[in-house]
Design a protein around this ligand. Sequence first.
Ligand code: ZN
Length: 312
Amino acid sequence: MGKYCFGIDVGGTTVKLGLFDVSGNVLDKWEIPTVTANKGSAILPDIAESVLQKMEDKNIKKIDIAGVGIGVPGPVESSGMVHRAANLGWDTNFNIKNDLENLIGIPVKAGNDANIAALGEMWKGGGQGHKNLVAVTLGTGVGGGIIVNGTILTGAIGAAGEIGHIHIEDNETEKCGCGNYGCLEEYTSATGIVRLANRILDACDTSSVLRNGEVTSKTVFDAVKTGDEVAMEIADQFGKYLGKGLAIIASVLNPEIFVIGGGVSKAGDVILKYIDKYYKTYVFHGSKDVLFTLATLGNDAGIYGAAKLVIE
Ligand code: ZN
């Protein structure tokens, strides 16, 4: 087995790359732009060139590389078959493992970016020491990654873990990005919290610091910390939706731990308090004691998880 591996996280604007040793120490990390023009046809050649260049710079031979792991924003089967990735311009199904292997001559494993970030958090982040974990990313949208017995749960075509699109509210008139109504993401993503906040602010005339200036998930939770009554009501509704959603997940999967990440989680432990209150209300008693923690790897979770993919 090689001494090194690469972990790659392909995003809509940049590709993050990391060179790791097989113990999981990051030796180097860097980024290249994601060129989505021409249906993203340059993305894999650009990645291959960057990886091969790094090996030359560091004087690392192919035989010293255990493999290259890569995460992409879309459903990926364990075989490496990608079912489109709209953010990257990829509009057909193709096997990313085979295509990248042909370009670099090193074994490749691929997965969905949110699933891989979950693997990264299990390996070197908030979920260390656990083998049954659900990672929840509260960003612009809500992503999820499920790890069962140390392995990513991909599902039939790689669409498992899409927890942001659990139907949680029947009375919703605004459409989610996926085309359905009342998805978890519509209330618990960074943009979802702003939507909740504006609804609650419009429905009352209670004074609140949120009435002065821009409302973001950060300003909401900052206001919660100062005891702002309206902000606490917003946080309570956020917690009710997410606590209920995670209770549903736990009743199915019985994980050991939920790892909460993404921009919203930067508010800190205060969000866990609101989630836990409703989680405990709704969950099956067998999963009452599931742990909650914050993600610790931030934007690097993807490269760690991708690296772990090839050395497990
Ligand atoms: Zn949806």
